[in-house]
Design a protein around this ligand. Structure first.
Ligand code: ADP
Length: 287
């Protein structure tokens, strides 16, 4: 059970090069695809989902080439796109029945029940979608992707617009589903992948600049993260050259969290690196 991406590049007709020589094999578990807006995440996911063809390179899903055998690949895939439209007047149940029709599923009723149970919506299945919260709508999105229980699930930026409790619940649901299938989750929010992903891939300007477990990513910036009290920086010209990750309010004033190869200031204290620091470190191109 795997998705293999081999030297994939994609250039759009307008000349934009969205992906350059991306290679990675994704196995059962949760794969977090992290990168800033415009990095190429959606382009990569759409390529896996057979919606766009790579300019060069090859993608296979369960051994089938996405360009040569798109129909076959689609049978193995569930896909929740970034912009996902729901028919507000339908009930959750009717919506899944409709998607089941589009997918030509044989046992639609049973498939819909299983998917609604998996995402915890079975009790509200007879309510109209218009009455669902943001988190419930996202879970219904996952339910339609899960119809027919495909071994590969692709989810593009799922937590945009969800409140913190909904985000955690959604993340846990995906982690649960990733126990026996491939789940590929794209996001620009580090917190979305921090605890739930087995592997993290970081895309920057179309290139996969990191691919390993989250712990290895955190190690990347170990020894390069500092906290500096901001009152020591008045009239300090170096401030503009620093990569500042955050500004924190403390009882004794403002403290800057800074990424720097060397100790940036006499009063700077070395602190433990987090995944977010490491991500910023990678994107800053300091490596
Ligand atoms: P992300 O999902 O990481 O935000 P995208 O894959 O959407 O990144 O976009 C990568 C790059 O490709 C961006 O520069 C974007 O403007 C460009 N792009 C995306 N879709 C198209 C398209 N259909 N035609 C031309 N350029 C596109």
């Amino acid at each position: 059970m795997s998705v293999a991406i081999e030297s994939v590049s994609k250039q759009y007709p307008n000349g934009v090069r969205a992906l350059t020589e991306v290679s990675v094999t994704i196995e059962v578990g949760m794969f977090g695809l992290l990168g800033p807006n415009g990095a190429g995440k959606t382009t990569l996911l759409k390529t896996i989902a057979t919606l766009i063809a790579p300019t060069s390179g090859r993608v296979t899903v369960m051994g089938h080439d996405v360009v040569i055998k798109p129909q076959k690949v689609r049978r193995y895939l569930g896909y929740l796109p970034q912009e996902f439209g729901l028919y507000q007047q339908l009930t959750g149940w009717e919506f899944l029945d409709y998607v089941g029709c589009l997918k030509s599923l044989k046992r639609r009723r049973q498939a819909a029940t299983e998917a609604l149970e998996a995402v915890g919506l079975i009790d509200v299945a007879r309510r109209r979608v218009s009455t669902y919260s943001g988190g419930m709508k996202q879970r219904l999105g996952i339910a339609q992707a899960l119809l027919g229980s495909p071994p590969v699930l692709i989810v593009d930026e799922p937590t945009v617009g969800l409140d913190p409790a909904e985000r955690i619940r959604f993340r846990n649901l995906l982690a649960q589903l990733a126990k026996d299938r491939v789940v590929i989750l794209s996001t620009h929010i580090v917190g979305d992948i921090e605890r739930s992903c087995d592997t993290v891939g970081v895309l920057r300007a179309g290139r996969l600049i990191f691919c390993d477990c989250p712990q290895r990513l955190t190690q990347k910036s170990q020894g390069h993260v500092w906290e500096v009290p901001s009152d020591s920086l008045v009239h300090d010209g170096r401030l503009e050259q620093w990569q500042i990750v955050s500004t924190q309010h403390r009882v004794d004033g403002l403290t800057l969290r800074v990424i720097s190869e060397q100790k940036p200031h006499a009063q700077a204290l070395s602190v433990e690196s987090t995944l977010e620091d490491a991500y910023m470190y990678l994107l800053g191109g300091v490596l």
